[in-house]
Write a protein that binds this ligand. Structure first.
Ligand code: CP
Ligand code: NVA
Length: 308
């Protein structure tokens, strides 16, 4: 069994195998995207717990549908309704859940909740987002890029805005999949040094460029995310917006990248804030393919977790 905790903690050959598996299973159901069951049922007779300590639309629905398509069943649990939210330790929760279910997906705040859950669980644990990272999203994004433009290796990805949890997983992916990443945003919101270092150590070129227009020169992909994440305080909203406004992805910024550059956003988006509707709904945007690919990528992740 394998835990899927983070992209930099997963072997590059396993990551590649997961992406290839996702392409294969997606292809196998072409023309029947919503059919209830896959031809193969690797999760037959398996139960998966989906724990949410933060809101979710895509992660919740894509994991739920994915498990069912693979023949398994799900149990969606809200952190606040569990004893976990009322003082029971994570270690005890992990040991108990391991007696009932075959796999645990958790979306939480502090990443130590995730790592402790994995340490004490006898079944695979999957990171469905923490304050620090969001690996399932970036597996879907790599799949999406490659479906549209071929191998992501050697490409230039530009992250515009807050160096947040989704940006962190993009940095991890840069190192593991071999692409370059330019961050453009205010210095106060730079990605963590540790993650920049990891990507550089793995051989990818990581650049920090304060001028958004310079940053996107030669970009193959531009990525944005919300300016205020779920773990950020609402009182910081105005300050963050003021800092981040020069990094909005709009038609002018897209025009400064390569003509065939793609635009991605993990969603939910705040239209006319981090990105304009013209870009979101424009020809370079692949945001809804990303959302669909959460399903296909995570099915492959779950298969890998169970040793498949
Ligand atoms: N992108 C993403 O994880 O969306 P949700 O918060 O809706 O799950
Ligand atoms: N950075 C965002 C991503 C949501 C999917 C957040 O953590 O709220």
């Amino acid at each position: 069994m394998n835990h899927f905790l983070d992209i930099h903690k997963t072997d590059p050959s396993d990551l590649r195998a997961i992406i290839d598996q996702a392409k294969t299973t997606k292809q196998a159901r072409l023309g029947h995207p919503k059919a209830a069951l896959d031809d193969e049922l690797p999760l037959k007779d398996r139960m998966v717990a989906l724990i949410f300590e933060k809101p979710s639309t895509r992660t919740r629905v894509s994991f739920d549908v994915g498990v069912r398509q693979m023949g398994g069943q799900t149990m969606v649990l809200s952190g606040k309704d569990m004893q976990l939210g009322h003082g029971e330790t994570i270690a005890d929760t992990a040991r108990v859940l391991s007696r009932y279910v075959d796999m645990i997906m958790i979306r939480t705040f502090d990443e130590t909740v995730l790592t402790e859950m994995a340490e004490y669980s006898d079944v695979p644990v999957i990171n469905g987002l923490t304050d620090r990272t969001h690996p399932c999203q970036i597996m879907a994004d790599v799949l999406t890029y490659e479906e549209h433009r071929g191998p992501i290796k050697g490409k230039k990805v530009v992250w515009a805005g807050d160096g947040n949890n989704v940006c962190a997983s993009f940095l991890h992916a840069a190192g593991q999949f071999g692409f370059d990443l330019t961050f453009t945003g205010p210095a106060q919101l730079d990605p963590e040094e540790e993650f920049i270092g990891l990507a550089r150590k793995a051989g990818s070129k990581v650049t920090i460029e304060r001028d958004a227009f310079k940053a996107v020169e030669g970009a193959d992909l531009i990525v944005a995310d919300t300016w205020v994440s779920m773990h950020d305080s609402q009182s910081s909203k105005e300050r963050r917006h003021n800092m981040l406004r020069p990094y909005q992805v709009n038609d002018d910024l897209m025009a400064a990248a390569k003509p065939d550059a793609l635009f991605m956003h993990c969603l939910p988006a705040h239209r006319e804030e981090e990105v304009t509707s013209a870009v979101m709904d424009g020809p370079q945007s692949v945001i809804f393919d990303e959302a669909e690919n959460r399903l296909h990528a995570q099915k492959a992740v779950m298969r890998w977790c169970l040793g498949g």
